[in-house]
Design a protein around this ligand. Structure first.
Ligand code: FES
Length: 155
């Protein structure tokens, strides 16, 4: 159940769109910010507000990699595995992070702090390898820098 204040924000966002479907991703992101991930409840609520079936909402929610249909940690580390980052050491970076955090890609650390996910190009190819946490992009990430970033993001 979402608070009335969030419901008002969601309906305002939908009202500002040309069609409700146009606002669907924003609505899901707002619900994700509330729940921590896109829960089944969030999918149902989004569908009701948007006038879409839960299947239609679920199709959107499972298409966008910044929407999470499973529980995630407090911080989600998106490590780019597209061509430029791959060529510049992205695989090594992912392997180092996995070792450092004690998880495999796709998993969340035992303390619930970090989820490690591969992702498509983050649009920062000139500074490969790149990772993103929240809205922050980190480029030219060496394994040493990655450890510093983890320490900073942990605070
Ligand atoms: S290939 Fe990694 S940011 Fe584009």
């Amino acid at each position: 159940m979402i608070p009335e204040s969030l419901k008002t924000e969601l309906t305002d966002r939908i009202a500002s769109a040309v069609t409700p479907r146009e606002a669907a991703v924003d609505v899901l992101k707002m619900l994700q910010a509330h729940y921590g991930w896109v829960t089944d409840e969030a999918v149902a609520e989004a569908g009701e507000l948007l006038g879409l079936s839960t299947l239609q909402v679920d199709e959107l929610a499972t298409f966008y990699e910044m929407l999470y249909r499973r529980p995630v940690g407090k911080r989600v580390i998106h490590v780019c595995d597209s061509i430029s980052c791959w060529a510049m050491g992205g695989e090594t970076l992912m392997a180092h992070l996995a070792r450092h955090l004690g998880v495999q890609p796709g998993e969340t650390t035992m303390d619930g702090m970090f989820t490690l996910l591969p992702c498509c190009c983050l649009g920062n190819c000139g500074e490969a390898p790149t990772l993103m946490i929240g809205d922050t992009l980190y480029g030219l990430v060496t394994p040493e820098l990655a450890e510093q970033i983890m320490a900073k993001e942990r605070t």
